[in-house]
Design a protein around this ligand. Structure first.
Ligand code: SAM
Length: 579
């Protein structure tokens, strides 16, 4: 199948696959074209689609070329008249022939469209399109821009070096809102006040081809996604650290950087042990770890299920901290390629402009003196947090699915509590749902393992500087917890205040996110050696049954709710001592 047919089929998404374009391409294994090439074609064509839709309609292309669907026409027209590389097909290819015979008319209409919009040169037109200046505003009139967050990879460079070399031409902005409102070509950055070594750049900055990215000196990581590793507050003597659900590896490499920065020469170096159950994603994880120069510190357990790791074994005897970022609904993800919205030409359109139609309306003029910005034809696959979810489920918010996910998440969290020398855990999701967030944390705190091992929530006052000051905290939804009678107001208040939330579409410029830290005050060696899952003295029969649930996100989950599995009495007693 040609590149264009493949791109059209991905866009048509006839299987109704969930997730962003990038994650769909990333998952599809039967593609002939490279996912990166397909992504570049689709995202570039989408940027121009508002313009090209008019051009195609004015030429009456779809009436004359019956072989072309609106999507194919748009992709081909983009490559024929916008892309510097032209149509990527042999000269006698049926699609190339179909589009090429209209080149003169399409080019003429394209020129008229440019002049009508007030751009004297093609380069100024390209610049405006790349900056998103031609994008339609939503009907609300409010368009939230999401900054491009960049974490400086301190395993390879440092912040000072980066801003005096790679970003030497960039000016420091005073506020995040300045950056969020800036065009992609504006050279400014904002230094984040909450997370060290984190910078925000204008939303449309294209960094994926730059050597600073391809060399691993920077990681494209949303601010919220930096919270878990930082909240873990890695300290000398913490021992090894597990990342239980690691791919693609943004938090793993962040952890490795933090571990490395607090390890002194005379100390036994700590290791990051990164579990990833999915083999394909584990490959990406391995690449990311290597690129970030975290491979010396990190041991990747490719294809390994964290739930199958036996806490009591020698291999994990030195594990002091655990980061858990399990699969979730992905409802907080801000897909950067959400902007892959094609304005498709109407097949029945006439060659003359329809009065009052979009095509005949005047478009906003932007400053044509803006510096030239080349459109990206990059085939470099920039990996950011939109790839964190292997099966994002934005559309799927049914309570049944949330119950299944939270059952799995609770299982992961309680499993981590069994590691004999672990004394801190962070639990995070990129979900906005209470059931996957505060609900899981509250239920984990009430579990027998939490009770017997002394796990409690890390209060806001105890949190690391930067996150303690973060204003957006957890919430409590009685009706979704279903066991509210057993937690009093103060306990709910303590949990929600200790939990950290981020909301997408706000002036904080983050994705939707949740994180909480759980700690054991007794510290390392507490209860040492007693924990082996399913065989601990502290696991009640009910919780053992619960631990046995076979949970994979790809299949429906056997419905075993902890509510049905527990005697209310036991849970009430447990909760009383907890929180
Ligand atoms: C939300 S993603 C993690 C994103 C990652 N922490 C990052 O920041 O780049 C969840 C990952 O956990 C993996 N996973 C889910 N269940 C697992 C398990 N039981 N053991 C190991 N990995 C698991 C999934 O395959 C997926 O790659």
């Amino acid at each position: 199948m040609s590149l264009y047919y493949e791109a059209a089929s991905v866009l048509a998404n006839s299987d109704n696959a969930g997730g962003s374009l990038k994650s769909r391409l990333y998952r599809q294994t039967d593609l002939k074209s490279s996912p990166a090439q397909l992504f570049a074609l689709i995202s570039e064509a989408s940027k121009w689609s508002l313009v090209l839709k008019d051009v195609i309609e004015k030429c009456g292309l779809l009436r004359e070329e019956k072989k072309l669907t609106p999507i194919l026409a748009l992709l081909l027209c983009h490559d024929l008249i916008v892309s510097k590389n032209g149509v990527a097909a042999p000269a006698n290819h049926v699609l190339k022939l179909a589009i090429s015979r209209h080149k003169a008319r399409l080019s003429a209409e394209f020129t008229k469209a440019r002049i009508r919009r007030g751009y004297p040169t093609l380069e100024s037109f390209r610049g405006a399109v790349n900056d998103g200046a031609l994008e339609e505003q939503p009907s609300s009139g409010v368009k939230t821009k999401h900054p491009r967050w960049i974490r400086v990879n301190t395993l390879k460079t440092n912040l000072e070096e980066l801003i005096t070399t790679n970003f030497a031409e960039y000016e420091k902005a005073e506020t995040l809102s300045q950056v969020m409102a800036a065009s992609g070509s504006t050279k400014i950055y904002f230094r984040d006040p909450n997370i060290p070594n984190l910078l925000a750049f204008p939303p449309k900055i294209d960094i994926s081809k730059s050597s600073v990215y391809t060399s691993g000196k920077i990681i494209l990581q949303d601010k919220a996604s930096c919270f878990p590793a930082y909240l873990l507050n890695v300290a000398p003597g913490d021992g090894d650290i597990i990342d239980g659900c690691a791919a693609p590896g943004n938090k793993t490499t962040h952890l490795a950087a933090l571990v490395s920065s607090c390890t002194s020469d005379n100390q036994k170096p700590s290791k990051v042990i990164a579990f990833e159950r999915d083999k394909t994603r584990a490959n990406i994880l391995q690449k990311m770890v290597k690129l970030a120069a975290a491979d010396g510190i990190t041991s990747v357990k490719a294809g390994a299920d964290f739930l199958a790791a036996s806490p009591g074994t020698e291999e994990f005897s030195n594990v002091g901290a655990i980061l858990l970022d399990p699969s979730c609904s992905g409802s907080g993800i801000v897909g950067r390629d959400d902007s892959v919205q094609m304005h498709l030409p109407d097949a029945s359109s006439q060659s003359a402009a329809v009065p009052g139609s979009q095509s005949s309306k005047k478009r906003k003029r932007t400053d044509p003196s803006k510096p030239k910005v080349e459109p990206t034809t990059a085939v470099n696959f920039a990996l950011d947090d939109s790839a964190n979810e292997e099966t994002p489920l934005e559309e799927d918010k049914t309570s049944e699915r949330l119950t299944a996910l939270s059952t799995f998440q609770l299982r992961i969290l309680t499993h981590a509590m069994h590691f004999p020398n672990a004394h801190k855990i962070t639990y995070s999701t990129c979900s906005i749902h209470f059931e996957e967030n505060e609900g899981v944390v509250a239920r984990a705190l009430a579990s027998p393992v939490a009770q017997s091992r002394g796990w409690r929530i890390l209060s806001r006052a105890e949190q690391v500087d930067g996150l303690r000051q973060w204003q957006r905290r957890g919430l409590w939804e009685d009706e979704k917890f279903g066991e509210q009678a057993e937690l009093d107001h103060d306990q709910k208040q303590l949990i929600s205040d200790a939990c950290i939330r981020c909301e997408k579409g706000t002036e904080e410029g983050t994705m939707g996110f949740f994180v909480a830290a759980l700690v054991r005050d007794a510290g390392p060696n507490f209860n040492s050696g007693t924990a082996t899952l399913h065989h601990t003295a502290d696991d009640s029969e009910e919780w053992k049954g619960f631990d046995d649930v076979d949970v994979t996100e790809d299949k429906p989950i056997r419905s075993v709710s902890p509510t049905s599995q527990h005697s209310k009495k036991k849970r009430k007693k447990a909760r009383k001592n907890r929180v």
